[in-house]
Structures are given as structure tokens and as C-alpha cells.
Design a binder for this molecule. Sequence first.
Ligand SMILES: [Zn+2]
Ligand SMILES: [Zn+2]
Length: 347
Amino acid sequence: MMQGTMKAIVKPERAPGAKLDEVPIPQISDQEVLIQVKATSICGTDVHIYAWDEWSQSRVNPPYVFGHEFAGVVVEKGKNVTNVDIGDHVSAETHIVCGECKQCLTGQAHICANTQIIGVDRDGCFAEYVALPAVNLWKNDPELPFDVASVQEPFGNGVHTVLAGDVAGKTVAVIGCGPIGIMAVGVAKACGASQVIAFDLNDYRLDLATKMGATTVVNSINEDPLEVVRALTNGEGVDVVCEMSGHPIAMNQGFKMVTNGGRVSILSLPVRPVEIDVTNDIVFKGITVQGITGRKMYETWQQVSGLLSSGQVDVKPMITHHFPLEDFEKGFNLMLEGKCGKVVLHP
Ligand SMILES: [Zn+2]
Ligand SMILES: [Zn+2]
């Protein structure tokens, strides 16, 4: 067993902020693996925890190491582990599921009733090492650069949302161009959408959406999203809306811009209940509304690997910043300002 201490970004107390600390290297059980973290990306969830918003106050228990998106190399494995070897390049499904509930037993482990999330409910990967159950590991092609491999988890959110129904030959709107929205644009384009229309209020991120293949980008402050969609779709509306903004106004625009019989797939997490015109925007339009959480285990991961290794989606344009772990505050500040795509930390 590896002994000693390591550098880690710790959420030290129930207050805003985080600090770099020396903590013990985690010890593994017989079912677990120790991974040396080579790249770890900052997620919106981590920014919530850093800023100490209402959600994180109700969910996380400091002190602990946070972070959940990473790529690394297996350096130690428990005696019952058979699916990976020392030296393997890995990332991980961040939802640790029970394997016993109704959902787990019916092929829907991504909505396990007893889900624990790495870096939220237990120690995470903003550290030199992370210990994880071997069943959660996803083996990476050693050729895949660590920074690209580290964003597979949020990329999987985008893949799960876009591919929760047909997109080939269809018009797709992506509302909200945070990193997952920007990656969803790339997925929709790669999977044959006839148009990919991206909406946000932030021009920096709309530029990234263009780089990832958006056919039209709309700054919803300067242009009326519904008018733009009408003009681009012969007045019919879009076939698919991927809702990534969580904003009540933007969300309502999504329900108004979808065509009769279309689909609205919601990945965003609005902080308060949102008022929707169910009668006119859902029932009479005969649309399908889907909640999307996590990634399907492990169908989504296979799609992720396929899209990245084939080069059909190149996520490099949206990985905009790299910092050593020590400079994590620079990364969090960029995320808070929205002046970045994906920020990757290197322990
Ligand atoms: Zn994430
Ligand atoms: Zn379960």
C-alpha cells in the first residue's frame, strides 16, 4: 500500500472557497483501485461547491477533497480487482451505484435510487491520487491525451442528452452554452443534425459553439430566439431542444420553439420550480419531455469513446485553459466569469 501524503484541493469548511492541502494518500479496499491523477477538469458542480451555494450547503460535508472529472493511471489495485491492471489509463463513471435497487436491476443504473457521486458524497480527484471502486473505471486508449480523456464525463452528459432520441437530419437547438452545451453542439453536428442552433448570453462561449460546429449562434440578449428559429425553420420550429441553461425564461423559449411532436431534453438544474404552459406548450403540441441525468452505464461511455477516438468530435477547441493544481483559484475564477471553455488542472 502506498503510504504518505499528497497534494489535494480540499473544501475545508462550510463557507465559500477551497484550499490546497497535504492529506493522506487514500487507502484502497479489495474492490478498489488507486489512480495517479494526470488531468482533472473543473465542472459546474465544483464551482457550486467552491462558491458554497444553497445546493452545496444542503448536499456536501466538509472537510473533504472534491472534483470528479479526471484521467489517470492505475498504480495499485485491490486483490479482487480483475477488470484493470497497473499502468492502465483510466477515467471513471462518477456515479457510484448500489447494484441492488429496482433501477439498477432493470438496466437503468444511471438513475439508481442510492447514487453516491465522487467528489460530492465522497473524496474526489482534485488530488495527486484518488481511490475508486474498480467497477466504476472506464479504460482509455493510451493514445488519448489525458486532458481530452478527463472531459469524457461531462462530454457524456452532452452525448446522453443529444442522443436521447433521433437527431440525424433534424434541427437541434442547444440552449445554454456552458461546456456541456458546447460539447452537445459538437455531438449533434457529428450525428447528422441538419442545423445546430446554439443560444447563450455570453459571446465568448458562443464563439466556442461556432468552433464546435454550430450552424447558427444566437446571443439571446441581442436577438429574439423565437424569431430566429422561425426564420431558420420555415416557421415550423426545431425538432429537438437540448435545455442546458436552467434559466426560466430560456427554458420557456425552448418549449415555445420546439415543433409539434418534437422533443425537449433537459439536463439543466433550475434552482427554483419553473412555470411552464403545460396546456399549450406540452399537451397540445404533443411533445416529449425528458429529464436527463448522468450517463447510461455503459452505453453512453461507449458512444463517448467512439465519437472521440474516431475524431468525429474534436473537443480540443473547448479545452481552453490548463493550470497546475496549485493554481486552482485561477481556474475557478475563470469559470465564475464564464471566460473559458473547459479548465483542466494538472496535479
Ligand atoms: Zn462534471
Ligand atoms: Zn441502485
